[in-house]
Ligand binder design. Sequence first.
Ligand SMILES: [Mg+2]
Length: 228
Amino acid sequence: MDRNRLRLIAIDADDTLWDCQVWFDQAIDVFKKTLSPYAGEEELFDALTRTELGNMEKLGFGGKAFTISMVETAIAFGADREQIDRVLRAGRSVIDMPATPLPGVVETLKALRGHYYTVLYTKGDLQEQAGKIRRSGLTPLFDETVIVPHKDAETYRDLCGSCGVEPEAFAMVGNSFKSDIAPVLEIGGWGIHVPCALSWAYEDIEEYDHPNLVRLASFRDLAPLLLG
Ligand SMILES: [Mg+2]
């Protein structure tokens, strides 16, 4: 990676800058325990996944869509009012997740400041993502924050265009190979993959090697990579 040619660094938010999936997993645990009188854990989880996939086109991603899907599934299993309320509160804990920066994030962003044009680039529900960005306190450490409904080759081309850089001068940092890496490699940019221990099944795709792909064990490794 020739960092002298890089000008634009975009960074994913959920599970890159702060924990996210862990909050979904905790809520799913509450969902499964609450509805255990009606079905086994696997059946409950499969039913929830089916509802989520069915709702995805209209509701998109995020805590709100997830909460509606949990409540809808709970009702379908015959949950009573108290059980629905418990599931609803579990969903709210996802929507209100604290978005506390992961270890090393603040120091790394401070170090990068001024060396590159930096963009926090996240997908999902506008209000929900904006709330997390605000709670994280990271806004002043970026030149720009951008929230898109989804990430693909076209949205990354738009990002490069709006920042006035060619894809060759652009690197995207993130935990999701499917959303943060593959479409960026496709347009000729650089992918910096920082995997996270937990992943969402929807984001799973086959990973592959690529000359423009860099894999980092930790977000902390970003400053040494980009600053030397
Ligand atoms: Mg992510």
